[in-house]
Design a protein around this ligand. Structure first.
Ligand SMILES: Cc1cc2nc3c(=O)[nH]c(=O)nc-3n(C[C@H](O)[C@H](O)[C@H](O)COP(=O)(O)OP(=O)(O)OC[C@H]3O[C@@H](n4cnc5c(N)ncnc54)[C@H](O)[C@@H]3O)c2cc1C
Length: 375
């Protein structure tokens, strides 16, 4: 019996586990995750403004373990030894014949421990619960969002919706280190987002970073200081610590360079955010759609390898992307078409409901979306 070890029970890892179920008689599959739930990350910002109940975005991995016949271990992987084919979680060791690394990504503080300690993040359902609790507990005059990428923009627009529903004023600022928000995205999209942010009275500080946070005081690189501020840090991600420690070919975020079969070597496959896959000289962005198909493809290739069949190349299909904004003026490119307004917002939520785990959760998301954050 071949021993398969999957690190990470998110989109990529669970998709791999469901594919491996097809060969369950010949495999022993173990999945390790540091959380006991799979969290539906794309809707975390909606917990703030649209009032999505965080629990509706969370599903017990143990339930999926029963469905897909794998053994679930609740532990954090701290190291892997590719030569010994062994993963460690503290002092405990797990050996494998095949490994799938699907440990996703986490907030990058770029070595600033002060921000790590003081700012809120959005890496899990637990994080969105903490943000809601803090916002309900106390009134702030200023709301600072670190990072002008997709997540930062989505978070800022949700903060405005939260304040609107609470009939509360508040200054919202997105802080972006580079000269413009949304980096490499097309100009029309940037213009649309910027005009929507203006409409929502969300300010953008470009060429600026947060230096430090003291209590509720935020210090910026150019010398500005903002008082009574609530800060959410969404300025970039990196891969898990055990990947950062590996001496292998990675990009600056620590994503592992993989071959066309999603392999690091003959026994180790990578899926999702942890994989740095290049297709037609473009590296794939981090997205749910790629994580799911990569998890499935990695598992399918393991099955083919066990059966002595040649491996299949992974060929990504990009369905597009959306920048969801909480006043329903989203924009994006879906199936090759540029879109803005309500339609991409609807597509985003259809994708979210379709991809989330559990019927009960799906209904709870629909119920909360209809309520729209109003009490
Ligand atoms: C706020 C937010 C909004 C987003 N919005 C969108 C969107 O609108 N559309 C879109 O396509 N994508 C979106 N993304 C990105 C998308 O969620 C990721 O690309 C996707 O989750 C990647 O899947 P994955 O399987 O690689 O990792 P994940 O789904 O993150 O799963 C990784 C799993 O590994 C576990 N893990 C990590 N380290 C360890 C360890 N050392 N030991 C054990 N377990 C570990 C984690 O607990 C987690 O369960 C968003 C992400 C965030 C954070």
């Amino acid at each position: 019996m071949s021993k398969i070890l999957i690190i990470g029970g998110g989109f990529g890892g669970l998709s791999a586990a469901s594919r491996l179920y097809k060969l369950r008689d010949k495999l022993s599959v173990t999945l390790i995750d540091k959380k006991d739930t799979v969290d539906f990350l794309p809707m975390l910002p909606d917990c703030i403004g649209r009032g999505i109940c965080p629990q509706a975005l969370s599903y017990k991995i143990e339930k999926l373990a029963r469905k897909f016949g794998f053994k679930f271990i609740l532990k954090e992987v701290t190291a892997i030894d590719l030569d010994k084919k062994e993963a460690s979680a503290g002092s405990e060791k797990f050996n494998y014949d095949y490994l799938i690394i699907a440990s996703g990504s986490e907030t990058n503080f770029y070595g600033n421990d002060n921000i790590k300690e003081r700012a809120y993040t959005l890496d899990s359902v637990n994080d969105s619960g903490k943000i809601i609790e803090a916002l309900r507990r106390r009134k702030f005059d200023n709301f600072i969002v670190g990072g002008g990428g997709y997540t930062g923009i989505e978070v800022a627009t949700n903060l405005r919706l939260f304040l609107k529903n609470a009939k509360s004023p508040g200054r919202i600022i997105i802080v972006e280190r580079s000269p413009a928000i949304l980096g490499p995205l097309p100009e029309w999209m940037k213009k649309y987002v910027i005009s929507n942010l203006k409409r929502l009275e969300i300010e953008v500080f470009v060429n600026s970073t947060i230096d430090k946070i003291e209590e509720d005081k935020v210090y910026f690189s150019e010398g500005r200081i903002i008082n009574n501020a609530f800060t959410i840090w969404a300025a970039g991600v990196k891969t898990a610590g055990f990947i950062q420690d590996l001496k292998i070919d990675k990009n600056p975020q620590g994503r592992i360079k993989v071959d066309e079969y999603l392999r690091l070597n003959d026994s180790c496959f990578i899926a999702g955010d942890a994989a740095n896959f290049s297709y037609k000289n473009i590296f794939l962005r981090m997205a749910v759609q790629f994580a799911i198909i990569q998890g499935d493809s990695a598992a399918a290739n393991i099955i083919r390898d066990i059966k002595g069949l040649p491996l299949r190349k992974y060929r990504p299909l990009d369905l597009g992307y959306i920048i969801p904004m909480a006043n329903n003026r989203s924009c994006g490119r879906v199936l090759g078409l540029n879109m803005k307004g309500v339609l991409p917002t609807i597509f985003h939520f259809i994708m979210c409901i379709y991809r989330s785990y559990g019927l009960k959760n799906k209904f709870a998301i629909i119920r909360d979306l209809i309520k729209g954050g109003r009490k």
